[in-house]
Ligand binder design. Structure first.
Ligand code: GSH
Length: 330
């Protein structure tokens, strides 16, 4: 775990920064946007026009935030336009590294870095922030465009539409208000909720996070009993943002993060919904359970000192669903 403070690497930030036992996620330092013509986006500066082959994504298959971006890249058919490097899933004190001794890792094919933090320093030698994936690199300007997954999901959802991206709108105008409300609730209570439970270092902080998480999952179960997708009849970015937490739930969050009131499999709607999203063309390839399990169970020695990676649970994401997986309608 690496925190950069004015360009200096501080190792093990997670162990050091637990105020009141509550895990608090920090804002990201790079917030520029790729836009069709390079004009500035909602945050940051301009100068990043949509061009095939120019941008490069650093991800971990383990990370739910990076996973959302990989999912949108696949859904929008951007694989040949935006290249990807995959870090080693096991994170040490200097945060992510590019060792290639784990199947599916790539090394850093653009900058030849050993550690991801080196690229943060290439982008800004005086940067302050946690070294995180996902992280979008501009090969032309040699800098990081953005390292906030919520921005990247939104950006890749439309920036490349004039450069042959698949015409699929994940943020339709008439649903934007509903999507924003869902995103906020799901981020606070579910996406970040599992981390708040898992990284709590005080009993009351853990129990509060646990309660809030399962209240949210119960509410989503009820909601999905009434409609197919979160906003009704069509899949939006809100569904993909929820998916990456749900797909990790039984393998990791239930046990490693002690989110154990119910398994995902105990929620008939949420389990069906997760399988249907998994079965969307291009998505199964973005789900690497080996990276997911090895990352969580081996990167947090304070939670799992032996580093033993559980063999189970046995999860069948390919089992038939009541919902028709998106993009498979004939
Ligand atoms: N808000 C960021 C969060 C990204 C994030 O926390 N990624 C984790 C991996 S799941 C990370 O890289 N952590 C580095 C660390 O803990 O030191 C986003 O959504 O992009």
């Amino acid at each position: 775990m690496g925190l950069l403070v004015e360009g200096e690497l501080h190792e093990g930030w997670l162990e050091q920064e637990q105020e009141g036992g509550e895990f608090v996620r920090k804002a990201q330092p790079f917030r520029n946007w790729i836009t069709p013509d390079g004009s500035p986006g909602p945050t940051g500066e301009g100068g990043f026009p949509a061009e095939a082959g120019r941008y490069h994504l650093y991800v971990s298959y383990a990370c739910p935030w990076a996973h959302r971006v990989l999912a949108v890249r696949a859904l929008k058919g951007l694989e040949s336009m935006i290249s990807v490097d995959v870090v080693n899933p096991v994170m040490g004190s200097k945060s992510w590294d590019f060792a290639t001794d784990f199947p599916g890792t790539t090394g850093d094919t653009v900058n030849g870095a050993e550690y991801l933090y080196e690229n943060y320093l290439r982008a800004d030698p005086k940067v302050t922030g946690i070294v995180t994936v996902p992280c979008l690199w501009d090969k032309e300007r040699g800098t990081i465009v953005n390292n906030e997954s919520a921005d990247l999901v939104r950006m890749l959802g439309s920036a490349f539409d004039g450069v042959d991206a698949r015409p699929l709108d994940l943020y339709p105008e008439d649903l934007q208000e509903a999507i924003e409300a869902l995103n906020e609730f799901i981020y606070e209570d579910v996406n970040n909720g599992v981390y708040r439970a898992g990284f709590a270092t005080a009993q009351d902080a853990y129990e509060a996070a646990w309660e809030r998480l399962f209240e949210a999952l119960d509410r989503l179960e009820e909601h999905l009993g009434e409609q197919t997708w979160l906003t009704g009849g069509r899949v939006t970015e809100a569904d993909w943002r929820l998916f990456t937490t749900l797909v990790r739930f039984d393998a990791v969050y239930y046990s490693h993060f002690k989110c154990n009131a119910r398994r995902l499999m105990d929620y008939p709607e949420l389990w069906d919904y997760t399988r249907a999203l998994y079965q969307t063309p291009g998505i199964a390839e973005t789900v690497r359970m080996d990276h997911i399990k090895h990352h969580y169970y081996r990167s947090h020695p304070s939670l799992n000192p032996t580093g033993i990676v559980p063999a189970g649970p046995l999860l069948d994401f390919e089992a038939p669903t009541r919902r028709t997986p998106p993009m498979t309608e004939t």
